[in-house]
Design a protein around this ligand. Structure first.
Ligand SMILES: [Zn+2]
Ligand SMILES: [Zn+2]
Length: 169
């Protein structure tokens, strides 16, 4: 499967300062994310500017992808959109340790986009910042209804923390 983000940069390599815009939607399958958080069949938005330097091509712009996951506390299904700003360097002769390679006159944005999208997708999202989660004892969703068993345990824990704070001051 050929990369849909292979860009011919012959023109750019000839003239420093020249610019090329890439604005595409790519099927997530092409990226081989191998990550359950990326929605199968979704599109990855790629809006990048390639700018020729004397010793490489700098790529900057935005990537966007749809993700699905679950709240780390209550396990409710969540979906969202990850957007990330990128700024990466491609070089024919690699002198920068973080640079991606230019092979001949071709530059492939796929691996760079893949890495950045995976970093942008949340690892352990919350349905809301103060999600109380599930009761560790009875398993009840505390967002739906409270239960007496957690209430007691929580109070103990906070009481222990509070006494620590008092000792410190
Ligand atoms: Zn939650
Ligand atoms: Zn409970």
């Amino acid at each position: 499967m050929a990369s849909p983000l292979l860009v011919n940069v012959a023109e750019l390599l000839r003239r420093a300062g020249s610019i090329r815009e890439i604005d595409r939607q790519i099927e997530s399958e092409f990226f081989k994310f191998d990550d359950s958080r990326i929605i199968v069949g979704s599109q990855v938005d790629v809006a990048l500017t390639l700018e020729a330097l004397t010793d490489g091509i700098v790529v900057h712009g935005k990537l966007g992808a749809q993700w699905s996951s679950e709240c780390r506390r209550c396990l409710k299904a969540l979906t969202g959109r990850a957007e990330v700003e990128v700024q990466e360097l491609y070089q024919s002769v690699l002198s920068d340790p973080d640079a991606y390679p230019i092979a001949g006159e071709q530059l492939d944005l796929l691996e760079m986009a893949r890495e950045n999208v995976l970093l942008a997708v949340p690892l352990a999202p919350l349905c809301r910042v103060d999600c109380p989660g599930l009761c560790p004892q009875c398993g009840i969703d505390l967002q739906v209804e409270p239960c007496s068993c957690t209430r007691a345990e929580r109070d103990d824990r906070w009481a222990a923390l509070d006494s620590l704070r008092i000792d410190e001051s």
